[in-house]
Write a new protein. Structure first.
Length: 359
């Protein structure tokens, strides 16, 4: 379909939609120009504010069966950050994103996006969104796909064509714009989806599994793009099951399980050493004496650093366990150079927090 005809069809459909949905407000939007009516969130205000948010789905005969997808969920997403949302399957992550985008309505609580009610037309205009398992019409090329999505965002074909080369280069698709998307790999489709989310220069970009199906080199390139966007002042809210990716890229993280936000904070705050984390000893002495003293402790791991220097890790949930290990080492005449609790990985912290919620 020629680009001009495609633009006409899309804008005709948009015009019909605007007439049907809240006519007085939409006529006002149309009079002042679709892409120009954009409000900015006040400097310092969170781009997403969720307070005591609840969403209950009903089903069955007389809708008596209720599923509480979100229960009193609260979080604030600061401006200019890459903010990660983590949670097991069924935790409510997709429902939360749908509420923020206005795809489903909340049952209780409040959700504010860019200073406006979540789901409002003005808020959605300033959001770029890459859904999980997105589908791009197979008859399009990379170039025409961006024209298609750009027109849906209220951009002219000329504006899309000016932005397109830079965007395709940013996501690693330079020179592939004329290729049919039917020949794209899953990773290439993810890259093109990221480009369409960035196309209209949104204040907030919401990404659902952005690196799914992308090879390790591609994941690094996407991380670099997202870091660059954050440096330019964009705010990024992403949902991913790849904990390593979250750990590498996110400034802050929220852990959602059983419909509630259980913990929020920076990756450092979530992974810093806490009571119950493994204890690491740096020791000097005969290997057999060290093994005889500590190898019966849970989680025992020994690494030889030099001829009589060793690093040993054990599980010592409380201080009494640490004291017992120290007493045993000193009784054998083993020198203790240092003792510290090891920082958790994000995966360990995540499993611990989810486990506490399930208990």
């Amino acid at each position: 379909m020629p680009a001009a005809l495609l633009t006409f069809v899309i804008r005709s459909a948009q015009s019909e939609w605007e007439t049907l949905v809240s006519p007085p407000r939409q006529r006002f939007i149309r009079l002042i120009g679709f892409p120009s009516w954009r409000l900015s969130v006040q400097t310092g205000d969170p781009v997403i504010q969720v307070q005591s948010l609840g969403k209950t789905y009903t089903s069955g005969l007389f809708r008596r069966r209720k599923v509480h997808a979100l229960k009193q969920a609260s979080l604030d997403v600061p401006q200019g950050q890459i903010y990660g949302l983590l949670g097991p399957n069924g935790a409510g992550k997709t429902t939360l994103i749908k509420v923020l985008l206005g795809i489903v309505r909340r049952t209780s609580g409040s959700a504010i996006v860019l200073g406006r009610p979540a789901g409002s037309l003005s808020a959605r205009r300033d959001i770029g969104y890459l859904p999980e398992n997105h589908r791009i019409p197979r008859h399009l090329t990379g170039d025409t796909a961006l024209e298609y999505y750009g027109c849906l965002s209220g951009l002219s074909v000329g504006e899309v064509r000016r932005r397109r080369p830079e965007l395709l280069s940013q996501v690693g698709l330079d020179g592939r714009g004329r290729d049919s998307v039917s020949g794209y790999s899953k990773g290439m489709l993810q890259r093109l989806g990221l480009a369409q989310a960035m196309l209209h220069k949104p204040q907030l970009i919401i990404l659902d599994e952005p690196t799914d199906g992308v090879d390790p080199l591609g994941r690094k390139e996407i991380r670099d793009v997202l870091k660059g966007l954050a440096a330019e002042g964009h705010s990024i809210f992403l949902n991913s099951h790849l904990l390593q990716e979250i750990e590498l890229i996110c400034d802050s993280v929220a852990i959602l399980t059983q419909g509630s936000v259980r913990r929020t904070g920076s990756v450092r705050e979530l992974t810093q050493a806490i009571e119950g984390a493994p204890v690491v000893f740096q020791l000097t002495g005969p290997k057999e004496d060290i093994e005889g003293t500590l190898q019966n402790h849970d989680g025992y791991k020994l690494r030889q650093v030099s001829s009589e220097a060793f690093e040993v890790e054990i599980l010592a949930p409380n201080q009494a366990d640490v004291d017992t290990a120290i007493d045993g080492l000193r009784a054998e005449g083993i020198s203790i150079w240092s003792i510290r609790r090891r920082d958790l990985t994000l995966e360990e912290a995540f499993l611990q927090i989810v486990g506490e919620a399930a208990a």
